[in-house]
Design a protein around this ligand. Sequence first.
Ligand code: FAD
Ligand code: UDP
Length: 380
Amino acid sequence: MKYDYLIVGAGLYGAVFAHEAKARGQSVLVVDKRPHIGGNVYTENVRGIHVHIYGAHIFHTNDRTVWEYVNRFAAFNRFTNSPVANYRGELYSLPFNMYTFNKMWGVVTPQEARAKIDEQRAEITGVPRNLEEQAISLVGRDIFEKLIKGYTEKQWGRDCRELPAFIIKRLPVRLTFDNNYFNALYQGIPIGGYTRMVEKLLQGTEVRLDTDYLENKAALDALAGRVVYTGPIDAYFGYRLGHLEYRSVRFETEWLDTPNFQGNAAVNYTDRETPWTRIIEHKWFEFGRDEEGREIPGTVISREYSSEWKPGDEPYYPVNDDRNSRLYAQYRQLAEAERHVIFGGRLGEYKYYDMDQVIAEALRRSGQELDESGERGFLN
Ligand code: FAD
Ligand code: UDP
């Protein structure tokens, strides 16, 4: 065998695993079917702006180990995500906080906001059974109708009553004047873009791009004893138990000769009629300046359109409802039998992971593999 490990996918999971394996003296080959490294965090420099090609990525974590780890590969700026919601031209602060409640109801004190929410959430009795009930029980019906329902139905292509409650619990609800979208101790954007950070993770590792593992499986398997697979788990098994559902996203990106299109990195369009979910203005992730500190005269914006995944599309979001969770459990059983393969990452584990969770999981799994089970970590 030429390599100890074949790593399928040069996204964060694959890059961290590759780095850890190499650091322990293992030989590694990374392949990716895309023409670049980085997976979904890939950024491209367009006239001084690091464009997030696969959608806005804001690094945030409460995990100090992960924060210290990523800081070995990039310096982070002080960007704090504070998206604005645009509901038919009315602007609201996100996440749901005193600025939002003031604009929605005219309330001024936290007590008044609490009373308003309590009055509206009374319609939900018992444990919320789906996203709609969960949202109303967190922030009341008015906010649900204007800021959640339309956006969620566009994003997921499903009625809010058919979606799991946990999705909306990602968003903080605060009775303070605080527009920070995340409850995270650490937050920022890697200076120089994510691609540079992933390049550092992969420094000295052989990477073959434009290489689809599943189309060249036998030849690639022959190169290495162990495989780390970060593509979709159902694709690995040729969809033999049926398709897992994913949401896909289409990005319409354009350069505009204006210095300031929307005054913020992210504006969410929360009505049902606007066809896109959000518009990202990339320069504001870096405060409108290039790496030399010069103001950039133009701007790059991306409109995001959500759609149901179909073969040939990029799968972006796992749809973790009951049907898919059951099907995933069956694929997981097949995966257990593939003793020489580790399934990891957002697609390999079919989990709605953020970047920090993917890194934490890649560190945990690579540590388990490489440190606990012998020199080459073979489990079988
Ligand atoms: P990926 O980045 O998907 O990497 C998998 C790689 O495997 C891909 O490069 C793919 O081309 C390759 N691959 C798949 N199949 C094959 C094959 N057969 N052969 C060869 N290669 C293959 N997280 C945050 O923390 N903050 C955010 O703000 C944030 N925003 C997001 C916005 C969007 C629109 C999306 C979709 C995700 C966002 N995330 C965010 C989540 C973040 O993107 C993921 O947690 C992370 O990038 C997952 O890394 P990964 O390595 O598991 O997967
Ligand atoms: N959401 C919403 N309105 C918004 C933003 C988010 O209703 O303006 C809901 C929506 O259901 C979304 C979920 O909150 O899927 C989680 O939002 P997040 O921003 O974490 O989604 P992601 O960045 O992963 O797309």
